[in-house]
Write a protein that binds this ligand. Structure first.
Ligand SMILES: Cc1cc2nc3c(=O)[nH]c(=O)nc-3n(C[C@H](O)[C@H](O)[C@H](O)COP(=O)(O)OP(=O)(O)OC[C@H]3O[C@@H](n4cnc5c(N)ncnc54)[C@H](O)[C@@H]3O)c2cc1C
Length: 582
């Protein structure tokens, strides 16, 4: 759908209908899924743009969760317990989102949908509310590891509870971070004590536990007598209630709620585990590895969420500028603003390319192909880092584009820019993703070989009309290979170069994916918008100081194509003038 005649505010827009890029991705990688689920996605896009948006603004500004001290109904008379209370709109939204199948569809029934569907739904949710998307992320992560690692008994008892679509889903929590250990989960001090019946009791303080009202959490803990470090950790399922009917509360308590810069509607707790009932999901030495698998799932959600909010930032800017006039002319018709909006559109397409590939690679890695798993880990580390930075950049730019109003709570840009700040931090900040990338490169999976081979495979599929891009990409992939090979030859340099490799690999991967999409869209839809986006991305990324005079005709064409989403006439390539590096 072309972005013409946009309304002055985004509330009420259907974020699915406005997203031809999302549709193109699904047509390319999962056309049957699109046929089966398009109506559901369209309904979700409408709900996200309307009801959920209203809830998000209200919960953030007027009714964030509160910690109250209430009389315990299960304790002795006069006993008090801390309780987190939410406003009714937030609670209703939490029920609605799982009823719509955001997690359940990937697990329930005889033929579950691919995880890509959950990730795409997460992408749509984050257009509006990261505080709703975050619990979805953790619910999916819990369901994923319970399904993959749980015994038959555990699966029977708990999987359906977290994936049901009748409005009664037990949402998830992932409790890893402690006061002294966020990135360094291996230092976990929570103790797991085994009981005669085989269950465990956990004691410790979890320092960041989002979705504090979760029904089913996974927690890292160290069984009594287990060794220090990551090898001594198990992973435990902690239900919120301990009886069959989910009425008797488990023995843990919210000590405090974090007072945060953003995601204020999300209850992030300091959690005291006081002999909390738990079931061992995996014993040491597997606990850390399985928690990392859960985080691997969440990182994909982080990436798609970041891409979603990047799109919203663009839409906020377009809607505002379409209507605001200064000095007798609409802001959207002014060249400097058009250049900014083009930049935002390219960032959104770039973030989506990374996030969607991360989502798709997650499903591809569910089979036994080790190289698919390696590709997924590499792409996800890059996408987690890069898309989060893009989202922060996009929401900050959107605040500026909307001007003074953009900084007030009358406009979503204010909340979105605060909420987005968490995306680069949780699920592992930049340096942690850089170390993950370097470990896969240096590990037995020979990540550099897999990465470079896959990039080359993609380039080999580009149509003849993209010969200049193919040549440029081959050159850039060669340079990246040299850098990765250097690390393999000198592993002792890892801590010095991992971040540089993350950035360089991010540049080359993003350009490759954009070209891949461009080739597909050119061949299947005779559309060259994505090729234009890929060229703009390359120009901005690899040649940022090349600021020649702007041709007004070119600017108008780029604006119409990239921002308005009206396809330009296909142009015959000038292959003979190709140069190896733009
Ligand atoms: C709103 C919010 C909600 C959260 N919810 C949860 C939750 O539900 N469950 C949960 O378990 N956690 C949660 N977290 C915690 C979050 O996952 C951690 O904050 C995050 O992983 C970073 O860890 P840290 O805070 O200990 O930072 P640190 O580990 O202290 O990192 C600080 C900086 O140092 C860098 N750094 C760390 N180690 C290295 C290294 N070896 N080399 C180079 N640089 C390094 C990091 O990249 C970062 O830039 C939440 C955090 C926030 C802000």
């Amino acid at each position: 759908m072309a972005l013409q005649n946009m309304p002055p505010v985004t509330r009420g827009l259907n974020f699915y209908d406005l997203d031809d890029n999302l549709k193109s991705f699904l047509q390319r990688v999962a056309p049957d899924l699109l046929k089966r689920q398009e109506t559901r996605l369209r309904d979700l896009g409408q709900w996200v743009g309307g009801e959920l948006d209203e809830q998000a603004a209200y919960s953030d500004r007027h009714a964030p969760p509160e910690l109250i001290s209430a009389l315990s109904i299960n304790g002795k008379p006069g006993d008090r317990v801390n309780k987190v209370v939410f406003n009714a709109q937030y609670e209703a939204a939490q029920i609605e989102v799982y009823r719509r199948g955001v997690i359940g569809l990937a697990f329930e029934g005889k033929d579950p949908e691919p995880h890509t569907l959950s990730f795409i739904m997460g992408y749509l949710l984050s257009h509006t509310d990261i505080s709703t998307h975050c619990p979805v992320t953790m619910t999916g992560a819990v369901a994923y590891v319970v399904n993959k690692f749980g015994s038959d008994e555990v699966k029977k008892k708990y999987l359906h509870e977290s994936t049901r679509m009748d409005g009664l889903a037990k949402t998830g929590g992932t409790w890893a971070t402690e006061k002294h250990s966020g990135s360094d989960v291996a230092k976990t001090t929570t103790i797991a004590r085994q009981m005669p019946d085989g269950s465990f009791r956990l004691n410790g303080l979890k320092w960041f536990a989002s979705n504090a009202s979760s029904g089913l959490a996974i927690a890292t803990a160290r069984p009594e007598g287990a060794p220090e470090g990551g090898k001594g950790l198990g992973l435990y399922l902690v239900p919120s209630h301990i009886d069959e009917n989910w009425t008797v509360p488990n023995s843990y308590e919210v000590a405090a709620l974090k007072d945060k810069l953003g995601t204020r509607a999300l209850a992030t707790a300091e959690l005291n585990l006081n002999d909390a009932y738990a079931i061992e999901l995996v014993p040491p030495p597997h606990g850390l590895r399985v928690m990392m698998e859960a985080l691997g799932y969440s990182r994909v959600h982080n990436a798609v969420g970041a891409a979603g909010v990047t799109h919203r930032a663009l839409l906020e800017s377009v809607c505002w500028m379409e209507h605001r006039e200064t000095f007798g002319k609409k802001l959207i018709d002014r060249p400097m603003n058009q250049k900014k909006l083009i930049g935002m559109a390219v960032e959104w397409l770039a973030a989506s390319a990374l996030a969607f590939e991360s989502a798709h690679s997650f499903d591809m890695a569910q089979n036994d192909d080790p190289s698919a798993k390696t590709w997924m880990r590499l792409v996800t580390a890059i996408a987690k880092h890069r898309t989060a930075d893009m989202a922060v950049n996009a929401t900050t730019t959107a605040v500026q584009m909307v001007g003074g109003n953009g900084i007030t709570s009358d406009f979503p840009t204010e909340r979105l820019s605060r909420d987005t700040m968490v995306l680069p931090v949780w699920e592992g900040p930049e340096q942690i993703q850089a170390l993950e990338l370097a470990r896969v490169i240096l590990g037995p999976e020979k990540g550099a070989d897999v990465f470079i081979a896959k990039l080359k495979d993609i380039v080999a599929t580009l149509p003849a009309a993209m010969k200049p891009e193919s040549m440029s990409l081959n050159y850039k992939i060669g340079k990246l290979k040299t850098q990765m090979d250097d690390l393999v030859a000198h592993p002792e340099t890892m801590e010095f170069v991992a971040d540089d490799i993350l950035h360089h690999a991010g540049d080359v991967l993003t350009y490759t994916l954009l070209c891949h999409e461009a080739g597909w869209e050119m061949t299947h839809n005779n559309c060259t918008i994505k090729q234009m986006a890929a060229r703009k991305f390359a120009e901005h990324t690899f040649n940022p100081r090349n600021t020649g005079a702007v041709d007004p005709v070119v600017l108008r064409e780029e604006f119409n194509a990239l921002v308005r989403r009206t396809p330009p006439r296909p142009v015959a390539p000038k292959a003979s003038k190709a140069s190896p590096s733009p």
